[in-house]
Design a protein around this ligand. Structure first.
Ligand code: FDA
Ligand code: NAD
Length: 434
């Protein structure tokens, strides 16, 4: 098979890949210079839609509606956009071997791709219950959600098991977003997670109490402090029951599992420096190997604000890291320099009528403020994190765009907090003054 050569190759066709392609076009990439290689069959899209509007029973989001870069209010890059720019969009192509020394990638079908500069944007894969040998975890209708094919399979199952029972395993992002969307699809929903409250890697017990009550008021059953240890299936191999460690057994027509992600670095093991589970980069997303960059979920980069190496599995960073890497590539070719990446962590989620945003770092003492009564018609509440007397993180449910901007500013500026009591009393007013 003939080999194909490109000046630039982006490996991966997700969020970071799409935003990187747009930045290449802005920087004046010439026809034939750039290829995007993806194992997905569709052009880069805004992945967050998959756990939200894509699964709605009515008015569902569908491609081409949510190709990048609509999620950040930008131009929607349809497949024709890549053709017009002379960018090779090589889809349904999984790279199974990468040799960074000879600058060669090989696909599952045996094609060879050569590059001068590589951007690794392979994202994450899901952790599966079969990885820990959970008994019966390979039954049909046990679903995971990462790519559009997974979402399409889940939609088929939702149609086949109309008004049935859904068990959600995991109380993180996928758990909370899928619990809501399965309820909206009129399933009888139970959620199971091992921790004392949902989303413990971000939420305080006070924040979680609001979401758990809100979900319970919608009719969702929440089972905490235990895990799924086995599944039984019917004669067709379809999941029927979930066995919990505490001895309970739940009936299930569909199980959705969200027990975490794992960055896809396996192709590069032993060839590039790694740190904290990701590919180590500098503030320009350059790896330890010349001409190789890593962006999005796979990159462990210097978080300047906290003077620490971190990896971030959220869409805002995927977009911004991709743009930073491409700007850095062009600047270095022109003998210029750009500023180091100076990222302020920003995470968000939406479910039912709820919508929250978080900025900064969730370390130190916390205060809760506002109306966190889950039965209020429009609850609006938040939390601050205070470390060494400074406010370093802020969370807000149901903020207006201006209020969200205000909490982002607080997390960036890190103002001094006089006392936790005053902060709790002032609440959002504190942020709006900064
Ligand atoms: P991403 O996963 O987007 O892309 C990786 C791409 O590489 C995929 O196309 C994959 O197929 C391809 N690939 C991997 N290995 C390959 C190989 N060997 N050969 C070829 N192609 C390969 N974040 C947030 O802030 N708010 C939100 O609401 C959500 N919602 C959300 C919902 C769901 C369902 C998921 C799974 C994730 C989110 N996220 C999120 C997280 C966010 O989507 C995530 O951080 C970004 O998509 C990361 O972008 P990347 O480009 O790094 O990976
Ligand atoms: P997560 O890390 O957010 O949550 C995993 C949850 O599963 C945790 O509560 C964990 O303790 C629990 N868990 C672990 N083992 C378990 C077990 N055996 N049984 C039951 N629960 C168990 O991961 P996720 O929700 O799977 O999300 C996957 C990826 O997708 C992450 O990178 C996440 O950032 C991303 N994502 C982000 C968003 C968003 O930002 N709004 C939305 C969806 C997905």
């Amino acid at each position: 098979m003939a080999e194909k050569c490109f000046k630039y190759v982006i490996l991966g066709g997700g969020v970071a890949a799409g935003y990187a392609a747009r930045e290449f076009a802005k920087q004046g990439v010439k026809p034939g210079e750039l290829a995007v290689i993806s194992k997905e069959a569709v052009a880069p899209y805004e992945r967050p839609a998959l756990s939200k509007a894509y699964l709605f029973p009515e008015g569902a989001a569908r491609l081409p509606g949510f190709h990048v870069c609509v999620g950040s209010g930008g131009e929607r890059l349809l497949p024709e956009w890549y053709t017009d720019k002379g960018i090779a969009l090589i889809l349904s192509t999984e790279i199974v071997k990468a040799d960074l020394a000879s600058k060669t990638l090989i696909s599952a079908a045996g094609e060879t791709f050569k590059y001068h500069i590589l951007i690794i944007a392979t994202g994450s894969t899901v952790i599966r219950l079969t990885d820990f040998g959970v008994q019966g975890a390979d039954a049909k209708n046990i679903s995971y959600l990462r790519e559009i094919d997974d979402a399409d399979k889940l939609i088929e199952a939702i149609k086949a098991k109309k008004n049935g029972k859904a068990v959600i395993v995991g109380g993180g992002y996928i758990g909370l977003e899928l619990g809501a969307v399965m309820k909206i699809n009129n399933f009888d929903v139970s959620m199971v997670y091992p921790e004392p409250w949902c989303m413990p890697r971000l939420f305080t017990s006070g924040i979680a109490a609001f979401y758990e009550s809100y979900y319970e008021n919608k009719g969702i059953k929440i089972i905490k402090g235990t895990v799924a240890v086995g599944f039984t299936a019917d004669a067709n191999g379809e999941v029927k029951e979930v066995k919990l460690k505490d001895g309970r057994v739940l009936e299930a027509d569909i199980v959705v599992v969200g027990v975490g992600g794992r960055p896809l670095t396996v192709l590069f093991k032993g060839q590039v420096e790694e740190e904290k589970g990701g590919i180590k980069t500098d503030g320009f997303f350059k790896t330890s190997v010349p001409d190789v960059y890593a962006v999005g979920d796979v990159a462990t980069f210097p978080m300047k604000l906290y003077n620490e190496m971190r990896r971030v599995e959220h869409v805002d960073h995927a977009r911004k890291s991709a743009e930073q890497a491409v700007k850095a590539i062009y600047a270095s070719q022109q003998g210029n320099s750009i500023d180091e990446y100076d990222y302020l962590p920003y995470f968000y989620s939406r479910s039912f009528d709820l919508s929250w945003q978080f900025y900064g770092d969730n370390v130190g003492d916390t205060v809760l403020f506002g109306d966190n009564n889950p039965t209020s018609p429009k609850p609006k509440f938040g939390s601050y994190w205070i470390k060494d007397g400074k406010v370093v993180g802020a969370f807000l449910e149901n903020g207006t765009p201006e209020e969200n901007k205000a909490i982002a500013k607080v997390a960036r500026v890190q103002p001094l907090a006089e006392s936790l009591d005053i902060l709790a009393k002032e609440g959002l007013t504190f942020a709006c003054k900064i």
